[in-house]
Design a protein around this ligand. Sequence first.
Ligand code: MLT
Ligand code: MN
Ligand code: ZN
Length: 305
Amino acid sequence: MHIHILGSSAGGGFPQWNCNCTNCDGYRYGTLRARRRTQSSITVSGDGKGWVLFNASPDILQQIHDFAALQPNRRLRDTAIRGIVLIDAQIDHTTGLYMLREHTEPLDIWCTEPVRDDLTHGNPIFRLLNHFCGVRWHPLPIDGTAFSVDGIEGLRFNALPLKSKAPPYSPHRENPHLGDNIGVTITDTRNGRSAFYAPGLAAIEPHVWNAMQAADCVLVDGTFWTDDEMIRVGAAPKRGLELGHLPQSGPGGMIEWLDRLPAATRKLLIHINNTNPVLDEDSAERAELAAHGIEVSHDGLELEL
Ligand code: MLT
Ligand code: MN
Ligand code: ZN
């Protein structure tokens, strides 16, 4: 399978438009070695022709522009995106749906019922899209049942519920429901190789850990280095865990978990917040990740499994 990282950043992107933290300011003025990053999305294909879009980022038009395979030019109005899988209903994962409104048929969207509810009521994107191309909702099973996407050859998908956070506008924000947030295992049915994708992950429950251990590659929550990062930087009075993101450092952090995976597992962080010191390629934190064999994904990165 081919995995193409469209956007490796958390909400806000990097640099963030209104942010002057060390990272954003350092990038802007060229005093820091770092890559620009767009917001949270990947796309996956079995045959290189039909692609599944995971999340629809606010930066989607730029991301499509930067990845030619998504525009095969077979007719006047065309796209290689055959279906869209939403991990949750967060702004950084769904706003790009508005940018796809010129589609010539309804958008085929796989998401859970709670996510569909949020996108019908709190942030009624699905209702608005009905005034344009419309939406064909496919209920996304979270009981372990596999699903496939029409037009996608050789890939199977398995979703599981996990602990993160529903969006601030959701009635589930402080009252979590199963399926507000999911992780997905993507399996190539020809060679059996698989990737586990979870850009928002606050706690690694046993069923999540099983999925991580079974995958050849994990692409997991890289939002914050420390739980108090936003507070320390002065960006917001919120802890990472309160926002639904397990920090990398410290006891019980993501590094400790990733260390326990089989040596052959490829380990990548994704959904990296602009305040995270690992964005600075010369930082001690980045070197620590490297010492643990953990990669920091970046926009345009291609994974072949
Ligand atoms: C999150 O991952 O916590 C949210 O997407 C942040 C946001 O975009 O508001
Ligand atoms: Mn996010
Ligand atoms: Zn910043």
